[in-house]
Design a binder for this molecule. Structure first.
Ligand code: SF4
Ligand code: SF4
Length: 398
């Protein structure tokens, strides 16, 4: 009897010890998961009020104050070949970033001893900006030339938008992504973005500029992969505008517009130009997936330039669509100002929050309500590109 009782006690003790070990293992696994998912600490995002009506001199003083007080200069060193990544605006648009902002930032970088070039990449759709020569001409016409801002415009992806470097990212959608060679070959990178709404994401800022804006044509195609719009035949007035704009000759208009799925590259130009709202995407998962694909491309650039990159975003003339749309647009929100940070995730989150605070509603609700534009920030944080938690530091001019 005594031996039996001893055996039962022994087994009970072993069971308790096993349960305790299991509990400890599970506890530490949960802690590790929580640490991985948690924001990576607070980042400073610096902010100065600014308006599109500010004179060149006033804008220059504001950016000088932002540059010196934010400490962005620490990311740049003398003799760096520095890429200032921006969007020079599609012909026809009037609300692209002002050359006075780019010029002031060129001055700041040059005061740090950098050799600066302005840069962007070729677009997928039919445009003068779909090759380097046309892109340079548009840049000069919009005020982004050597004599106008003090640095030359030099496309980062070569003559035809195919000069890229494949970078391993091991993401959910891409194992490797194609990034413009000039972006990666530059010693340092200043990302100048314009906060706007966006057809495919609802919100566009630094992450979109890094992901879509720094990709080669191949990279852009990979991001748009699998997204094709459809035509609402009842709404189509057969005007033929979409047929003229389609870069892939994928649309024919007879008794209605018809999209050839074999030829369509999913660029979304037809959706943007149709004034009768007769073409639409079936967003939902696709809008979320597009943002994730953009972020995986951004990851290649951010990881490469982790300590040699800074970001500036102009929350000025915030329009429904981005600067790729070659039409005149009105601002959706009164001008807010210019924000800067070394963290593109914190910067996008701060811009998104400020717009919401000033307008009383999100930018997506005013641009494309079917999108949640914060998907990109959450996914970027998950990939370790930055933190959604930030401290906003308002600045004033000296
Ligand atoms: S632009 Fe719109 S209305 Fe005009 S043909 Fe295309 S789908 Fe139809
Ligand atoms: S059909 Fe529309 S989305 Fe497809 S390639 Fe033409 S413009 Fe782009």
């Amino acid at each position: 009897m005594r031996l039996e009782a001893f055996s039962i006690l022994w087994y009970q003790r072993q069971l308790c010890l096993f349960a305790l070990r299991l509990y400890i293992v599970l506890f530490f696994a949960l802690v590790a998961q929580a640490v991985r998912m948690a924001p990576q600490g607070m980042t400073d995002v610096f902010f100065i009020e600014a308006h599109h009506t500010d004179t060149r001199e006033v804008m220059a003083r504001k950016l000088e104050a932002l540059w010196h007080k934010s400490g962005l200069a620490s990311r740049f060193a003398p003799k760096d070949l520095t890429a200032l990544k921006l969007h020079v605006g599609e012909p026809g648009t009037k609300t692209f970033i002002s050359p006075s902002i780019a010029g002031a930032l060129v001055d700041c970088l040059q005061s740090s001893g950098c050799t600066v070039f302005l840069t962007d990449t070729a677009v997928l759709y039919r445009s003068p900006r779909d090759n380097a020569i046309g892109h340079i001409k548009v840049a000069m016409e919009h005020g982004f030339g050597l004599t106008q801002v003090g640095a030359p415009f030099f496309p980062a992806d070569g003559l035809r938008g195919d000069h890229g470097i494949d970078v391993a990212v091991d993401g959910k959608h891409h194992k490797k992504v194609s990034i413009a060679a000039g972006i990666l070959e530059a010693r340092s990178l200043l990302v100048l973005s314009h906060a706007t709404g966006h057809l495919g994401t609802g919100f566009g800022g630094a992450l979109k500029n890094l992901g879509m804006g720094c990709a080669t044509k191949k990279g852009k195609l990979q991001q748009h992969h699998g997204q094709q719009p459809h035509v609402n035949e009842q709404a189509c007035t057969c005007c033929g505008v979409c047929e003229k704009w389609c870069p892939s000759e994928a649309i024919s208009v007879g008794t209605t517009a018809v999209i050839d799925a074999e030829k369509c590259i999913g660029c979304g130009e037809c959706v943007a130009v149709c004034r009768d709202n007769a073409i639409a995407y079936d967003w939902g998962i696709m809008g979320k997936e597009l943002q994730e694909r953009i972020v995986e491309h951004a990851a290649a650039v951010v990881r490469h330039h982790r300590s040699t990159m800074a970001c500036v975003t102009a929350a000025i003339q915030i329009t429904k669509d981005c600067d790729c749309l070659g039409v005149s647009q009105k601002g959706l929100v009164p001008d807010i100002g210019i924000l800067a940070s070394t963290d593109p995730v914190a910067l996008d989150q701060a811009v998104h929050d400020l717009i919401c605070e000033r307008a009383g509603r999100t930018l997506e609700s005013m641009s494309y309500p079917s999108h949640d534009g914060t998907v990109q920030m959450r996914y970027a944080q998950e990939l370790g590109l930055g933190s959604q938690s930030y401290t906003l530091v308002p600045l004033t001019m000296r």
